[in-house]
Design a protein around this ligand. Structure first.
Ligand SMILES: Nc1ncnc2c1ncn2[C@@H]1O[C@H](COP(=O)(O)OP(=O)(O)OP(=O)(O)O)[C@@H](O)[C@H]1O
Ligand SMILES: [Mg+2]
Length: 394
């Protein structure tokens, strides 16, 4: 069985490229490659694509190891760089290694090249994993800081709201029961109740508490949310619901899940100013040990999956990288706080779920929300072994 390998070959001879491809093929790799023989060609290759490894094999006077390596280092790419050349001499080799080129292999030793590739791929996978962990820790720290801030504000605000409620009740006692003034006090009371319930949720988020968990049916959440959002979404956007019959339940606070879905739908709407289609889908999913999966949060088990996709603007890898950060927004001032997805992720992780994003500029976006299926529902018919190709590694 051959292993797919995306190789950036830095080489000025077609003949030698063929030989190199032969070596890789012999080594069991199914190679996808591009060849760069100049600095501009290399820059173009680095722009468009993710590579597993760069193999440098040409040495010309004006485009040597240093010229090839520096744009890769400058971009901070986690791209192993192997020099496979003859005549480079000890000097060039040590210079390459000093500059961070991982390996230098003589051209007459193809077996050593294959060993170097295997080693480098392993190390780059480790580095990637490490980067993801660090990023995750940073994100959790930010969320925690935000939670504390929100908690502090919510707490004080709650006191104010309690006072408003108290005064509204006192006021209501002083006026004629069916009068206009009584109606006004009743309105004040109702609005204050709403404010109190919002702060309770905020406090819940801050303390990572479960609010009022019960068995939630995502299908009814989807139905209700859509009827709530209809007006906001407008009629330029076609909404489709694809809800699985026999959907399992998940244990959560329904109003929180509703908010997650709302945030995703409103983002989808914002991504389709000229209209388009918004699709909400639910499914039972059974994930096996996900060998080969590149999703960092995925865990084996039974899940209910809520998917929101749109045909909107889509996102670049750089944007995707940041969408869950508190206050990250690409929207005009006054149009986005950048907290929608932060909150959504906070809720979903609170219930041991996760969110996967698949998107490309111009090709719309899909958000998969995985929530653990409740025990009782574990036997509901579902799909098995679904592994979503996320954007990881992009
Ligand atoms: N469906 C989508 N299509 C394209 N871009 C999206 C989509 N969903 C999120 N984004 C990007 O992610 C960013 C962050 O989203 P998030 O919901 O956290 O904040 P926001 O929508 O900008 O503001 P808020 O939700 O707080 O009003 C958005 O500004 C947008 O760039
Ligand atoms: Mg939003």
């Amino acid at each position: 069985m051959s292993t797919p390998l995306r190789v950036l070959i830095i080489e000025n001879s077609e003949q030698r490229t063929k030989l190199l491809l032969g070596v890789l093929h012999e080594g069991g790799y199914e190679v996808e490659y591009q060849r760069a023989d100049s600095a501009p060609a290399l820059a173009a290759c680095l722009e468009g694509k993710n590579w597993d490894i760069a193999i440098f094999s040409a040495v010309t006077d004006d485009f040597g190891i240093a010229e090839a390596l520096s744009p890769i280092l400058e971009k901070g790419l986690n791209l192993p760089f192997v020099v496979f050349a003859d005549g480079a001499g000890e000097e060039a080799a040590s210079e390459a290694i000093r500059m961070g080129a991982a390996e230098w292999v003589r051209r007459d030793n193809p077996a050593q090249l294959l060993a170097a590739i295997r080693r480098e791929l392993r190390q780059s996978a480790l580095r990637r994993r490490q980067q993801q962990m660090e990023q995750r820790v940073r994100q959790l720290e930010k969320l925690e800081a935000l939670g504390k801030l929100a908690g502090g504000v919510a707490h004080d605000f709650n006191n104010v709201v309690s006072a408003i409620l108290g005064w509204a009740e006192l006021g209501a006692r002083d006026v004629e029961p069916q009068s206009d003034a009584a109606e006004s006090f009743e309105q004040i009371r109702q609005q204050a109740e709403r404010a109190a319930s919002l702060t309770r949720q905020l406090l819940g988020y801050a303390r990572r508490e479960t609010l009022e968990p019960c068995e939630v049916d995502l299908n009814s959440v989807a139905g209700e949310t859509i009827s709530l959002l209809q007006r906001l979404i407008g009629d330029k956007i076609e909404v489709t619901l694809a809800l699985a019959p026999n959907l399992g339940t998940t244990r959560a606070d329904p109003s929180q899940i509703e908010r997650v879905l709302m945030n995703l739908c409103l983002n989808a709407r914002d991504a389709m100013p000229e209209g388009g289609s918004l699709r909400i889908e639910t499914r039972n999913v059974s994930l096996s040990e996900m060998s080969g999966s590149r999703q960092r949060d995925a865990r084996a088990g039974e899940y209910v999956l809520l998917t929101v996709s749109d045909t909107g603007t889509g996102m670049s890898p750089e944007t995707i990288e940041r969408i869950f950060e508190p206050f990250f927004t690409t929207k005009a001032e006054g149009h986005g706080t950048g907290l929608g997805l932060t909150t959504a992720l906070g809720v979903v992780t609170q219930y041991d779920g996760w969110i996967e994003v698949v998107s490309r500029p111009g090709e719309g976006s899909t958000f998969h929300v995985f929530l653990p299926a409740s025990e009782a529902e574990a036997n509901a018919p579902g799909e098995t072994g679904a592994v979503f190709a996320g954007r990881e590694g992009a």
